[in-house]
Design a protein around this ligand. Structure first.
Ligand code: SF4
Length: 278
């Protein structure tokens, strides 16, 4: 009896060769000596596999695929908290409120950003209302977000520019947004995505770290990651990519010691640069 008749014909590429994967091997049929032992790289022979079930149930490593990766994270995302800017945007925030919240969130935890934005929006939801406040009044509302005195001044500056040049509206291009004081590519891209639902790639620390860990990019800085993703990431994933990876990074793929044992994409992740995990 040939082994081709005993296995499910599902293969993987190992060291450049097509091989059968052990979990698709049907042990109940394995009565005869194997004629193709060299094609089963996980054991010494097919008989060996019969005797060492432990090896046979080892997690299968599948080739990384960005669609499978996004789909797996998307499935689990439903059980996780949305990142704060997504949460604010989903509650019907205007592009101005998204811009203000994003600026407040820089170097600030989500649990601090949310309440601070809420306190500020109680008195200023528009550039017109913002410029009626003093820097001290804004500081009081947004404290304790990181760099709150600087952010208070920036919010006033930006509000005046929006009123002078854009009729009080937030512009919807990367170029115009990054021309505003204190607005970098990360902030601008997030405003495009969350404020306008325009496909853009916001690369923050989570997106940079995870995109490298999963081996999708090989970059040193968030800016390099953004450029690499712009070339490689299918456009259909641009709007959701940041939201999904931020939540994933907060819940499982943590900066230090990620929860690889509970990770839904562990079977396709090379864990690049991960030296300690749980
Ligand atoms: S296996 Fe570990 S390193 Fe890879 S994506 Fe999952 S949590 Fe992150």
């Amino acid at each position: 009896m040939l082994f081709e008749n005993m296995v499910t014909h599902r293969t993987a590429t190992v060291a450049g060769a097509q091989v059968y994967e052990p979990e698709h091997f049907d042990f109940t049929w394995a009565a005869d000596p194997c004629m193709h032992a060299e094609r089963f790289p996980y054991g010494k022979s097919c008989r060996h596999l019969m005797q060492t079930e432990k090896e046979a149930v080892m997690p299968r490593k599948r080739t990384f695929n960005i669609d499978d990766f996004v789909a797996a994270i998307e499935t689990h995302y439903r059980q996780w908290d949305a990142p704060i800017i997504t949460f604010i945007a989903n509650r019907g925030a205007s592009p101005f409120e998204v811009l203000v919240s994003t600026l407040l969130s820089l170097r600030t935890k989500d649990e601090v950003t949310g309440p601070a934005a809420e306190r500020l929006f109680k008195v200023a939801r528009t550039p017109e209302a913002m410029i009626r406040l003093t820097p001290e009044a804004i500081e009081k509302r947004i404290y304790p977000v990181g760099f709150y005195p600087t952010k208070a001044k920036r919010l006033l500056e930006i509000s005046r520019i929006l009123l002078d040049r854009y009729d009080g509206q937030v512009p919807d291009t990367l170029e115009a947004l990054t021309a505003l004081p204190g607005v970098g590519r990360k902030t601008a891209n997030l405003v495009l995505v969350e404020g306008f639902k325009i496909p853009a790639i916001c690369v923050d620390t989570h997106v940079h770290r995870i995109s490298n860990r999963i081996g999708y990019v090989n970059t040193k800085t968030p800016d390099q990651t953004e450029m690499a993703l712009r070339k490689k990431l299918p456009r259909r994933h641009w709007v959701r990519y940041n939201e999904l990876l931020v939540a994933f990074g907060q819940m499982l793929c943590r900066p230090v010691s990620p929860f690889c044992s509970r990770c839904p994409v562990a079977d396709m992740c090379p864990q690049t640069g991960v030296d300690r995990h749980r």
